[in-house]
Design a binder for this molecule. Structure first.
Ligand SMILES: [Zn+2]
Length: 428
């Protein structure tokens, strides 16, 4: 707003000179609002959803005057909303605030699995529009199809929505190197410079992360590990991967290669050979395709039925009392329990979230895994650790990419200002 720009900035704008990004917004002659206050308060609102001023002061540890000034600014811009008042026992009324979820949008893309999935989400990750198209697994994916999908959704937005799009978030399978080169067998990519190529087509800021870490972000901010600083997310599908937060920091490891839980040796005497070449890896025993293969072999079927059978079918057979299915799942559960016990002893998470294909077998596996993990931990090391199934379903990649885009935007002064700008003042 004009009244919040300095006369120098106003003159510069009138003369067509782009002013440098400024760290403070001038509210009046003496008070300024720092990016730090805005970032801290918006993040607290994102995490807690509905809060009073007192709770914001407590959780952000900012002083009362700073919070009050920043909230006044954010309320005047429509970035946060008053949703009611709480009456305390002393008769004092406390205003309850929340983030205006429609104050900004992100376009997100999930390249994991058998389809490309795209969405427009609001500021807090709720999906507003979506688009999906099939891909051929293993065949080299043309990057233009990713850019086209993003553009297709941008074109769907009307003239009021389009200026509110802040950034693009992308969830990638495979290995994402620093510098955003991506290697993913399913997409037929080896060190593809995805970010650089997309930037030639998409003018919005783009944030990119591996799908395991994206899922951890989704679980931390939107899922069953909400606001936990110490949790792991273990995904089951074609392989087994681990991601999560330890002491509030995203697990990466040297060169981002941490989390390959699927390749720990869980049974050196196992017959199954892993794709990595080793014998007895966890994922050679418990991956979806391996469990299906073991079940079909126990029934005397060959590999010809493999493409049609899914892990959910094995779960269903076990529920019907099929003893062969139950015995295959017993082996899977034992291997999983051993692996999760290692993880619990080494990392001491307060929550273990299980996701991917395993979620459809929650009733069969979860109680036994919980009990088994607890039993395997020495008494002296036992402490509360919940084992839960993910509840985010197939949207975990799209929602996690929105969460990535929100948090990255908070740390980019230009994008932070963009979110805090009244919608009609944004650039298309
Ligand atoms: Zn392996």
């Amino acid at each position: 707003m004009l009244c919040e720009q300095s006369w120098l900035q106003t003159l510069a704008t009138a003369a067509g000179i782009r002013p440098p990004p400024w760290r403070y917004t001038k509210m009046n002659k003496t008070r300024r609002i720092s990016d730090h206050w805005l970032r801290t308060i918006l993040t607290a609102l994102y995490e807690r959803r509905e809060v009073t001023r007192a709770q914001i002061v407590r959780s952000t540890q900012l002083n009362v005057a700073s919070v009050s000034l920043a909230l006044k600014h954010l309320l005047s811009r429509g970035v946060i909303l008053r949703i009611g008042t709480l009456q305390s026992t002393g008769g004092r009324r406390r205003e309850v605030l929340k983030l205006n979820a429609e104050a900004g949008y992100f376009v997100t893309a999930d390249l994991e699995g058998e389809s490309l999935r795209f969405a427009v989400t609001n500021l807090v990750g709720d999906i507003r529009y979506r688009w999906a198209e099939d891909i051929e697994i293993g065949k080299c994916l043309d990057i233009d199809r990713v850019a086209d999908g993003v553009q297709r959704l941008l074109d769907k937005l009307d003239h009021l929505e389009r200026p509110r799009v802040i950034a693009v978030g992308i969830s990638c399978p495979g290995y994402v190197e620093e510098g955003a080169h991506v290697s993913a067998v399913n997409l037929g990519w080896t060190r593809v410079p995805l970010l650089a190529r997309l930037r030639k087509r998409i003018s919005l800021p783009i944030f990119l992360e591996g799908s395991g870490r994206i899922a951890a972000l989704a679980e931390r901010w939107l899922g069953v590990a909400k606001n936990s600083d110490n949790f792991v997310y273990v995904v089951f599908g074609a392989g087994v991967g681990l991601s999560g937060f330890i002491d509030g920091k995203l697990l990466r490891g040297f060169k981002g290669l941490g989390g390959e839980l699927g390749h720990i040796t869980i049974d050196p005497d196992a017959q199954e050979r892993c794709n990595c070449g080793k014998q007895g890896c966890l994922e050679a025993i418990v991956s979806s395709s391996s469990v299906v293969r073991q079940y079909l072999a126990s029934k005397g079927h060959g590999h010809e039925m493999l493409p049609r059978a899914r892990l959910a079918d094995v779960f269903e057979a076990a529920r019907r009392g099929d003893s062969l299915a139950q015995s295959v799942l017993d082996r899977m559960q034992e291997a999983l329990t051993s692996a999760l016990s290692f993880v619990t002893i080494v990392l001491s998470p307060e929550v273990i979230v299980l996701g991917g294909d395993l979620t459809s077998g929650e009733d069969l596996l979860l109680p036994r895994i919980r009990e088994g993990v607890l039993r395997n931990i020495p008494v002296s090391l036992r402490r509360p650790c919940e084992v839960k199934m993910s509840a985010l379903g197939l949207d975990i990649g799209l929602k996690g990419a929105a969460s990535l885009a929100f948090h990255e935007s908070m740390h980019d002064p230009k994008l932070l200002r963009e979110i805090c700008r009244p919608p009609l003042e944004r650039h298309s």
